[in-house]
Every structure is written in structure tokens, then in C-alpha cells.
Design a protein around this ligand. Structure first.
Ligand SMILES: [Zn+2]
Length: 134
């Protein structure tokens, strides 16, 4: 699995901003099918557990049964995922290891030091081509 290094911008709710790098890799069809089946199994397992909750099971069981295939299709469609990355927290200036498995088009993550929510997004828009930022 080859990977591309892409520059990302981390922002916080209070306007803090810093830069980082993520490594994005292509996922094989088999890997995507495995991820999709894990998502489907997780949703349907939750549906099974929520069947034991009185009254709420009228809503939760059908919701998770329907959400399973939808989430599985979304997981299968994700051909490029983050396989790692590093950045500096804009709030506390601590090192942040960016989460593996996230969507390559942007995601949120909490800083391990100060717990502030970080919005991670690519710095340059043409990002499906795998080009790195200038
Ligand atoms: Zn922090």
C-alpha cells in the first residue's frame, strides 16, 4: 500500500491554527470489504443489544438495522484513508499523532494533552489526486 503525504490544517473552536502532515493510503477492495463487514456487524450487534431496552427498542432496533447497510456502503466507498500523521496542537503546542483510519477528506480529533477538539482538513483543495501541497 503506497501512501501520499498531504499537508493539513488543524483548527480549534477559538480560532487557533497550525499545520500538520497526514499520510494517506489506498485501500484494496478486500480491505474495504472487511471494513464494511465490521461496520455492518457492529451496527447489527448494537441492534441486538438495544432489543433488550424496554420501549426504546421500538426505535433503536429498526434504526440500527437500517443504519448498518448504509454505514457499510459508506465504509466500502472510502478508498483512501489516513494511515498516520503528525501535527502540533494549535492550543497547547503539544505533539498530536493523527488518528489512523480516518476519512482522508477531513476529520475531527481531540488533542491528547489539552483535550480540545481539533478539526483536521487538507490545506490544498485538489486532494483526491494525491498531490502534495506546495
Ligand atoms: Zn492540545
Amino acid at each position: 500500500m503506497g501512501s501520499d503525504a498531504i499537508e493539513v490544517t488543524l483548527t480549534t473552536f477559538n480560532g487557533g491554527r497550525s499545520l500538520g502532515i497526514i499520510h494517506v493510503g489506498q485501500v484494496s477492495a478486500g480491505g474495504r470489504a472487511w471494513r464494511a463487514s465490521k461496520v455492518l456487524g457492529m451496527c447489527w450487534s448494537i441492534a441486538l443489544v438495544t432489543a433488550l431496552i424496554p420501549v426504546a427498542h421500538f426505535v433503536l432496533v429498526p434504526a440500527f438495522l437500517l443504519a448498518g447497510p448504509i454505514a457499510a456502503i459508506a465504509a466500502y466507498a472510502r478508498e483512501r484513508i489516513v494511515i498516520g500523521g503528525s501535527a502540533t496542537c494549535p492550543n497547547c503546542r503539544g505533539a498530536v499523532a493523527l488518528r489512523r483510519g480516518s476519512a482522508s477528506t477531513g476529520f475531527t480529533q481531540n488533542c491528547p494533552s489539552c483535550r480540545v477538539q481539533l478539526n483536521v482538513a487538507p490545506t490544498s483543495p485538489p486532494w483526491d489526486g494525491g498531490a502534495t501541497a506546495p
